[in-house]
Design a protein around this ligand. Structure first.
Ligand SMILES: Nc1ncnc2c1ncn2[C@@H]1O[C@H](COP(=O)(O)OP(=O)(O)OP(=O)(O)O)[C@@H](O)[C@H]1O
Length: 303
């Protein structure tokens, strides 16, 4: 099957900043791909090359087999950027009709309102909507033209938990009807909830690209927890430790090789009890892959 999106050896700089450095990525029809990475990793730049807003310094980008900078290549594309400016004096229903007017077979106003639970807002001016309501409308508008490929840059930023879940469901439903979705997110929960394939981006490079479960398996990050009086600095010096956090007399560590860690722990003569070792969550795997400092909150890890 031909890829819908094909990115080959792409490099893109902004002055001295290398935003993308040798990125290659194919996306096939029907996939949901989550681009995950810390601030400044290059995710938005990658989307802007795919949607034709920017062009690479070197390498090639193909969208539906054509140059994304040609309008004809973007015919089946729907997109929601990180920030959207809505015309403040237009009502929600009017904006949907206005955007739909640009397409030959738009999704009807009612269908879109129902899918995104926006019916109560139809007569409200967009200028009076809350940040979360605006975000929901902006994402909904990306589907007006019934696109076969949807690019979403941090789709649920600013939404509360309920709003986020409802929007995920709307996107899942749309995907189930046959579309392809590429999204960026800082919410690891979002990527776990939506994406079947995860592409981890860090410092302009692709660090991992695989099924969600495989990405976790690739990184040997393990979460170790133990009761000990040892200082954080001493624990951090033990083999393969990448992060340490203490909580009373209990220490939580992220290690890349739990066997080597345990051998080193015992050899160091450190007193400990209640040792627990378990696999990494996506968050932990992500931190380990991108080398991002810090340790996820215990609650998030438990979740
Ligand atoms: N128009 C621009 N001018 C200068 N530098 C830019 C521009 N756009 C992006 N950059 C830089 O390129 C790098 C990648 O930025 P990009 O916005 O693609 O990252 P990101 O992964 O989307 O980050 P975030 O998660 O914060 O949105 C960053 O260092 C950023 O400062």
């Amino acid at each position: 099957m031909e890829p819908i999106v094909s990115v080959r050896d792409v490099r893109r700089t902004f002055g001295d900043v290398v935003a993308l450095d040798g990125v290659s990525l194919d996306v096939h029809p029907g996939e949901i791909v989550g681009l995950l990475g810390p601030n400044g990793a290059g995710k938005t730049t990658l989307l802007s090359l795919i949607n034709g807003l920017r062009k690479p310094d070197s390498g090639t980008v193909r969208l539906f087999g054509g140059d994304p900078r040609r309008a004809s290549s973007r015919f089946g594309l729907g997109t929601t950027p990180q920030e959207t400016g809505l015309p403040a004096t237009l009502k929600v229903g009017e904006v949907i009709d206005f955007v739909g007017g640009h397409y030959s077979d738009p999704m009807g106003r009612d269908e879109l309102l129902d899918r995104f639970d926006l019916r109560d807002l139809v007569t409200r001016q967009t200028g009076g909507l809350s940040g979360g309501q605006k975000r929901r409308l902006a994402v909904a508008l990306s589907l007006v033209g019934r696109p076969s490929l949807v690019l979403l840059d941090e789709p649920t930023t600013g939404l509360d938990v309920e709003g986020r879940r409802a929007l995920w469901q709307a996107l899942r439903d749309y995907h189930a009807e046959g579309s392809t979705i590429i999204l960026t997110s800082h919410y690891l929960e979002e990527v776990e909830a939506l994406a079947e394939r995860v592409v981890v981006v860090g410092s302009g490079r692709i660090l991992a690209d695989d099924r969600l479960g495989q990405v976790l398996a690739h990184v040997n990050a393990r979460r170790v927890s133990l009761c000990t009086g040892a200082a954080e600095t001493d624990l951090a010096a033990l083999p393969t430790v990448t992060a340490v956090q203490t909580d009373g007399d209990r220490a939580h560590l992220l290690v890349s090789d739990s066997d080597a860690f345990v051998r080193g722990l015992v050899a160091s003569g450190t007193e400990f009890s209640g040792l627990e070792v378990r696999g990494a969550s996506l968050e932990e795997a992500f931190l380990s892959l991108t080398g991002t400092a810090g340790m996820p909150e215990t609650e998030e890890v438990a979740a």
